[in-house]
Ligand binder design. Structure first.
Ligand SMILES: NC(=O)c1ccc[n+]([C@@H]2O[C@H](COP(=O)([O-])OP(=O)(O)OC[C@H]3O[C@@H](n4cnc5c(N)ncnc54)[C@H](OP(=O)(O)O)[C@@H]3O)[C@@H](O)[C@H]2O)c1
Length: 236
């Protein structure tokens, strides 16, 4: 019998994270550890248990809270039961919306950096021993096109963009520090979720299908790179 491919994903209560779980648990070869802030209220996520062909485990994890991130390890360790982690998927994020470099909330900036940058950074640190034991050893950090200076999106969404550009640099550093891992950032595109809004160009199932395809294909030469969901490289 072949061993399952193991995935740990953050922010799976709704949006892209929920869709990632939905598509992954459709395959009996995946073991998915779906994490979210409030499992009790995550009804759409819990409902996936009924139809899952793969195994689905729901774990409480707030990426803006150090204690919560550290506490999750014990539970994940039990679920993995000696197996490694093939994929760490840092999907959870928040946005302050359309603010600017001169009109922003200081508190909002700190919170955004905590959830969108410090959270994924600590996640990679605490789950490194599990990735080391994994067969794929992939860290996917979900960024945004707005993180790109080269694409020149102008003054809009300053806080969010600053956080995602920092996440990009974190990923580059992870890739350089550990050439034995594959760490890359993915821009999902503009997606119809609570964050993307109803006017977005893509449904969550479209970006997620492409994201999973890419995640399965990447090799060490893709590490430290900035990809769009469809596999096109994005300028920093
Ligand atoms: N949608 C787009 O157009 C778009 C474009 C570019 C990049 N992205 C990126 O894609 C990823 C997913 O976005 P989305 O559109 O699915 O967003 P979303 O619909 O707003 O969902 C965000 C998810 O993140 C979770 N989350 C927020 N703060 C958290 C925390 N502190 N700890 C744990 N989970 C937390 C939310 O959980 P709760 O239910 O508990 O709040 C929710 O499950 C994000 O990294 C986002 O920046 C999205």
């Amino acid at each position: 019998m072949t061993e399952s491919t193991t995935w740990l994903i953050s922010g799976t209560s709704r949006g892209i994270g929920l869709e990632l779980v939905r598509q992954l648990v459709a395959s009996p070869s995946n073991l998915v550890i779906a994490t979210c802030r409030k499992p009790d209220g995550a009804s759409a996520l819990k409902a996936l248990k009924g139809s899952a062909k793969g195994s689905l485990h729901i774990v409480s994890l707030d990426t803006g809270n150090e204690a919560s991130i550290r506490a999750s390890v014990k539970e994940v360790d039990k679920i993995l039961a000696g197996r490694g982690l093939d994929y760490l998927y840092n999907n959870a994020a928040i946005t302050e919306g359309n603010d600017s470099a001169f009109e922003f909330s200081y508190k909002g900036l700190l919170e955004t950096l905590q959830v969108n940058v410090a959270g994924p950074a600590l996640m990679a640190q605490v789950y490194l021993p599990y990735l080391e034991r994994g067969r794929r050893k992939v860290i996917v950090n979900t960024t945004s096109g707005l993180a790109s200076i080269g694409l020149d999106f102008g003054a809009k969404n300053a806080t969010y963009s600053v956080s995602k550009t920092a996440l990009n640099m974190l990923t580059y550093k992870q890739a350089k520090a550990r050439p034995d891992l594959i760490a890359y950032v993915i821009d999902p595109g503009w997606v119809k979720t609570d964050m993307g809004g109803p006017d977005a160009m893509m449904e969550a199932n479209e970006t997620v299908a492409k994201q999973i395809e890419l995640a399965k294909m990447v090799t060490p030469k893709d590490s430290g790179k900035f990809y769009r969901h469809d596999g096109e490289q994005v300028v920093w």
